[in-house]
Design a protein around this ligand. Structure first.
Ligand SMILES: *Cc1c(COP(=O)(O)O)cnc(C)c1O
Length: 375
């Protein structure tokens, strides 16, 4: 039983090959009609006009470059994927870390206030919607940023299709960056989406993704930019996935409901409850282990004795403990007690549209057996 299995049914594969065939026949292989259609079709999901790019990291880096973070501080949650912070570093920033809060898994407003006081030169604050949950604390974080005139960058890599009080991920920050990597809920094989505050900024995004070109026809460039384009082949895969996104989300919610129903039968395991007002996209199903259970040992036993793989954590290592940042004198993990607790205690149950009820039951039964042995 794999941790994740990506399935394209026959109809989805045919749609992709038909679209790729169209692209090949026309000779337009990048920045063409598939991309334009993809961008138009994602707009309702991300809440505003958006540009598609080559990856989630590219989307983040473009946002940081437009803001102009070079030589200044960017605040990043200490519990996120390395790419969130690395994108700011590539854009020339020095990053510092903020603790998380355990209700909505967002930035802890008190820890953010302390970090802002430590750094008078903050160029941007970054939030990450862990597991597809948009934390209600984002309202306070956004208000703090607005009051200080600091742009807020939303790393919405986990959160395509998630909402808070009806508003979609991608509308809370000055910029909203999505990843379309195969492990995310929507994929284009490789790709990303970036929302921007207005047409002028969005135009800059489109120029930056294409080597800082001043205008498409002209051979003039006014900034370095890069090759951050999404090809027509990738856009074709994204379009086929988007067509099926509603059904896939419904399937994720039904599977999550089945875990909800049966989780109380696993002594010691406590489910994470999404706060009121949040509609999560079902990217991750989180539960907490009792104190004293070592997750690595549990996962090894699930695998060897039951053939069950849990999904990947979000995340098992805090950024301040990543070798790149410890080498630069990052603060110790004890400075981030909530993130440290979360990193040590959470597990992610396998959740993807093609998992069967029987496989879910096997996962729960395996957890019941192994937790009884370890507690
Ligand atoms: C996946 C991910 C990214 C990076 O996306 P890529 O498309 O792989 O570049 C950034 N941030 C978070 C939180 C992610 O999960």
């Amino acid at each position: 039983m794999p941790a994740l299995r990506l399935r394209f049914d026959v109809a989805a594969r045919r749609e992709v090959t038909d679209r790729v065939d169209e692209a090949l026949a026309s000779g337009a292989l990048t920045l063409g009609p598939q991309l334009a259609e993809f961008e138009a079709r994602v707009e309702p999901w991300v809440g505003r006009e958006a540009a598609a790019v080559s990856s989630g990291s590219a989307a983040l880096e473009i946002a940081f470059r437009i803001i102009g973070v070079a030589g200044r501080t960017v605040l990043v949650p200490v519990n996120t994927f390395f790419a969130t912070a690395a994108a700011a570093v590539r854009a020339g920033a020095v990053v510092d870390f903020v603790d998380m809060e355990l209700d909505g898994l967002g930035l802890d407003p008190a820890s953010l206030a302390r970090a802002l006081d430590r750094h008078p030169d903050v160029a941007a604050v970054t939030v990450v919607h862990i597991g597809g949950v948009i934390s209600p604390a984002i309202h306070q974080v956004a208000a703090t940023c607005r009051a200080r005139g600091i742009p807020l960058v939303e790393d919405a890599a986990h959160a395509f299709g998630s909402r808070l009080d009806g508003a979609p991920a991608g509308t809370f920050g000055t910029y909203g960056a999505f990843s379309l990597y195969p492990t995310k809920v929507l994929t284009s094989a490789e790709g990303g989406i970036l929302t921007a505050p207005g047409p002028a900024e969005l135009n800059t995004v489109r120029r930056l993704r294409d080597h800082g070109r001043v205008a498409y026809e002209a051979g003039l460039h006014d900034c370095p930019g890069s090759n951050w384009r999404m090809s027509e082949v990738h856009a074709a895969i994204g379009l086929a996935q988007l067509e099926r996104f509603d059904a896939a989300t419904r399937a994720r919610h039904a599977l999550a409901a089945r875990y909800d129903e049966h989780l109380s039968g696993v002594p010691g395991l406590r489910r994470y409850d999404v706060p009121a007002g949040v509609t999560a996209n079902g990217y991750k199903y989180l539960a907490y282990l009792p104190d004293g259970v070592d997750r690595a040992t549990l996962k090894a036993r699930l695998r060897t004795h039951h053939g069950v793989a849990l999904a990947g954590e979000v995340y098992d290592t805090l950024l301040c403990e990543q070798p790149y940042f410890t080498a630069q004198g990052a603060p110790p993990a004890r400075d981030f007690p909530q993130a440290r607790w979360f990193a040590a205690h959470h597990i992610c149950l396998p959740l993807y549209p093609s998992i069967t009820p029987d496989q879910q039951q096997r996962t729960l039964a395996a957890l019941r057996t192994e937790l009884a042995n370890l507690c």
